[in-house]
Design a protein around this ligand. Structure first.
Ligand code: ADP
Length: 578
């Protein structure tokens, strides 16, 4: 079978699995894109929910003092101007209402009817300062204070609102250069509300909102979003009705933001605003949220980048796995094919010399040799074929021992010149018969190596035998031994058919036979060069090939010289090829 056909199932398998892998990869990539979009969506949604929760919290905080504090203070205490009771009540509750700057009361009741407080005049608005510590927690520290100017203003305003018989009233004013919201709770003598009896209320301070309330809100912002682990903290921005960013925690969210919600800037319940007369204008402020110094899209892409990397690694590992396992199984198949070819060619190689020996021996035995010269020639053929057979069997036995890992090479000092000479002589006759021009070049001094003479001779015989087998029109063989400082170098050069570049490495594999050798039906088993490499390595050396198809080949064997520390072989070498 052609190698191409043998490789086809493996290639088809690689193609199919690779296609599946690519499809899987593309699907996963698409789903990662969707995952990224979905993650960004969830993060945006989370930010929107945070903004909405903060806006609701602001509304609760804004309307809370109106409906809780102003209702919790005993209105009779206000009318009766029971200042200690009111102070105590405020002291107990003011921390729940951090937005209040000043609490105030007014009563129609003449002040002189009360004991104490001789400095206060009847009909005056009495103030309770709610001073704040740095953290913004509110505590009414002082008792009652006076503010004549503000007192007149509040009284006049309250009387004006009372004409509409409102229970609550809101107004806005600038006090000491600061924006103040004023909330009144008006108390009447009878349910028909003909006469204002008393009022109580509070002032809020916009500066305090900016400097304390919004920062505190931001500090708690994490609690308003979903608890998603590993997210950057929330960036918060509050934008007033005029579009001015009155508070921002980090980056400006005027243009880029994730979540947005509005809230009425009102210290009153927006649903009850209809009950007020005249109805105050409602200004809406905006809460904007984002992620600190980043965007939802950036966080999502960072998250999916990690997944992509993981998936890419999996894909690479899987592809490498497929390629490697396919290669391994392809090699395995090829090896078992080569083994079968080996058995076939070995049988053939054994049969051919045997047949020749039989033929010529029978001819001689029956006295059918035409002349004495012919008989001599038949004897030589029989000897040559017997030697060939012996070499082949020797090589096979060696190969068997190498494969089994039991090939031993007892070493001794060997002159490489002798080994080369012996190997050459073993082939001399055959080379002459095949009209080879031979050259043996050796130095005029000993070239001692520590090695096994038999193994080394077999190594060179294999190389010479190959030069014989793979000869072309020009038949020449040159054996050359030379040395350098630490190594002995043997070049076995022929002018035969040569070896294509792509086969240079493979020819040393066991059972491998060159395409040309198989095509031209050259007898062989594919183990000769694997034995060569094994023996060379066993001697601490190396073998290389240089060859050009059509021009010939040069096999170079390099062995360490005896007496040179570099690369000296061990005492005994055994086959180490697996
Ligand atoms: P075999 O000769 O039995 O096929 P080898 O292991 O000795 O096995 O050689 C492996 C292959 O290397 C050969 O089949 C042949 O293709 C190639 N080869 C080896 N020596 C030579 C050479 N001197 N010239 C050309 N090809 C060679």
């Amino acid at each position: 079978m052609l190698p191409g056909l043998r490789a086809r199932p493996a290639l088809v398998w690689v193609a199919v699995t690779s296609a599946l892998l690519i499809a899987l990869f593309a699907l996963q990539w698409r789903s990662l894109n969707r995952f990224e979009l979905a993650t960004a969506g969830v993060l945006r949604q989370n930010s929107v929910r945070t903004a909405e929760a903060i806006a609701q919290q602001i509304q609760r905080d804004f309307k809370s003092p109106t409906f809780n504090l102003l209702e919790q203070i005993d209105h009779n205490d206000v009318y009766d101007l029971r200042l200690e009771a009111i102070t105590a009540g405020l002291r107990a509750r003011a921390h729940q209402f951090p937005l209040i700057d000043r609490f105030f009361i007014w009563s129609r009741k003449p002040l002189r009817e009360r004991q104490g407080s001789p400095t206060l005049m009847t009909g005056e608005v009495l103030f309770f300062d709610v001073r704040r510590s740095g953290a913004g927690s509110a505590q009414p520290l002082s008792g009652v204070t006076r503010d004549d100017e503000l007192s007149t203003i509040l009284r006049t305003e309250a009387q004006a609102f009372a004409r509409y018989r409102n229970l609550y009233a809101l107004s806005q004013r600038s006090q000491d250069g600061r924006d103040c919201q004023v909330v009144y709770h008006l108390l009447y003598e009878t349910p028909e509300r003909p006469l204002l009896w008393a009022f109580l209320g509070f002032l809020t301070d916009s500066d305090h909102l900016r400097s304390h309330y919004f920062p505190e809100l931001h500090a708690r912002a994490g609690a308003y979003g979903s608890p998603l682990a590993g997210l950057p903290s929330t960036a918060l921005s509050i934008i007033d009705a005029a579009g001015v960013e009155v508070f921002r925690s980090k980056q400006s969210l005027l243009s880029a933001f994730e979540g947005e919600a509005r809230f009425p800037f009102l210290f009153f319940d927006v649903d009850l605003i209809e009950s007020l007369n005249p109805r105050p204008a409602i200004h809406y402020w905006t809460v904007r949220t984002a992620y600190d110094a980043t965007t939802a899209a950036a966080i999502a892409s960072r998250e999916s980048a990690a997944h992509r990397l993981l998936w890419l690694t999996v894909a690479i590992v899987a592809t490498a796995g497929i390629v490697l396992s396919t290669r391994a199984s392809f090699r395995e198949t090829r090896l078992s094919e080569m083994k079968s070819e080996f058995v076939a060619s070995v049988s053939h190689e054994l049969k051919t010399p045997l047949a020749k020996i039989l033929l010529f021996a029978e001819t001689l035995a029956s006295g059918r040799a035409p002349t004495a010269a012919k008989a001599d020639e038949y004897y030589r053929i029989i000897i040559a074929q017997a030697r060939k057979l012996s070499r082949l069997i020797g090589a096979l036995l060696d190969f068997g021992r190498i494969e089994a890992g039991v090939r031993q090479y007892p070493v001794e000092e060997v002159d490489l010149r002798d080994v080369l000479q012996d190997a050459f002589e073993a082939f001399e006759q055959e080379l002459t018969l095949n009209h080879f021009t031979c050259e043996l070049v050796v130095p005029d001094h000993d070239v001692p190596v520590l090695g096994n003479a038999e193994g080394l001779q077999q190594l060179f015989e294999n190389l010479i035998s190959n030069a014989l087998k793979y000869s072309g029109a020009e038949r020449a063989l040159k054996l050359e031994l030379h040395t350098d400082d630490s190594e002995a170098i043997v070049d076995v050069t022929d002018r035969g058919v040569g070896i294509p570049r792509r086969e240079h490495r493979r020819i040393f594999q066991r059972f491998y036979r060159g395409a040309d050798a198989t095509a031209r039906n050259v007898a062989g088993s594919g183990v000769g060069l694997s034995i060569v490499e094994h023996v060379v390595r066993g001697h601490g050396g190396r073998v290389t090939v240089q060859s050009t198809p059509g021009a010939g080949s040069r096999f170079r064997v390099v062995l360490p010289r005896l007496g040179y520390a570099h690369g000296e072989p061990n005492e005994t070498h055994s086959g180490d090829r697996g």
